[in-house]
Design a protein. Structure first.
Length: 248
């Protein structure tokens, strides 16, 4: 299991304001907000960091244009910031059964589908997702993702451009979530992850070269640390909605 991408609800300015876009570029993160998937109802733009990415989502119409219904509703109610935390798994069906056996709800693995061209055409993405419940203490949810096969992986790699690898920013090394977890939230974490360490005010999840850390706080925010070996960008940091992104 590894961190794959973070889905972030954003305002229009993150995709269209030149000053904001230039600030993102100044941190060594190539960003082409006009690229990415979308319909008349939603627009997604990506910041690629190796094989991982930030997926910035803007809802343009009330029906969401085929975007996930629950996330569309949250967006329209004013939610901004991290909404979905994607974890790549090697066997999504096995992971689904394991989580269910621990009495935690999870949706059956299914591909993301959305209609476009006046809803006459349907596009099915070459992966399957399974969604865990939204946390009660912090407003996002984990979900699992698995590409269909190696052919799908090669197909997706052609879209992972422009990429911060060109600036020696190689991936997401740590995500730190500040907030208050409920006991039900912790039960989701216990069911989902095998390697975790819980202390009085923190919960550390070990994913090999990556970590996820929950820190008890009265204020909800998210910090994302990127692996960077380029001294020009090593201390750069930016704020996007409730995300603080910094190179290290």
């Amino acid at each position: 299991m590894k961190i794959d991408h973070l889905v972030v609800n954003i305002d229009k300015s993150i995709q269209e304001d030149k000053d904001i876009i230039n600030t993102i570029h100044s941190a060594g993160l190539p960003y082409k907000p006009k690229w990415g998937k979308g319909t008349k109802g939603f627009k997604v733009s990506n910041i690629w960091i190796g094989a991982e990415d930030f997926e910035f989502v803007r809802i343009k119409k009330e029906d969401g244009g085929g975007w996930l219904k629950d996330w569309t509703v949250k967006y329209l109610k004013g939610h901004r910031g991290l909404v979905g935390f994607a974890l790549e798994v090697e066997d999504i069906d096995k992971a689904y059964q394991k989580i269910r056996s621990r009495n935690v709800k999870i949706t059956p693995p299914e591909p993301l589908k959305f209609r476009w061209f006046f809803k006459l055409l349907q596009k099915t993405m070459p992966w399957r997702n399974a969604y865990l419940p939204e946390f009660k203490g912090v407003p996002f949810q984990f979900f699992l993702q698995q590409l269909n096969d190696e052919k799908s992986k090669r197909y997706m790699e052609q879209y992972m451009v422009p990429n911060s690898l060109d600036n020696d920013i190689k991936g997401i090394s740590e995500v730190i979530i500040y907030g208050e977890l409920t006991q039900d939230d912790k039960e989701i974490i216990y069911a989902l992850f095998n390697d975790y360490e819980e202390q009085e005010n923190s919960l550390l999840i070990n994913l090999g070269p990556q970590t996820i850390r929950f820190i008890k706080s009265n204020t909800y925010r998210v910090e994302v640390i990127l692996e960077c070996t380029n001294q020009e960008y090593a201390t750069k940091q930016i704020e996007i909605e409730n995300l603080h992104i910094r190179n290290k």
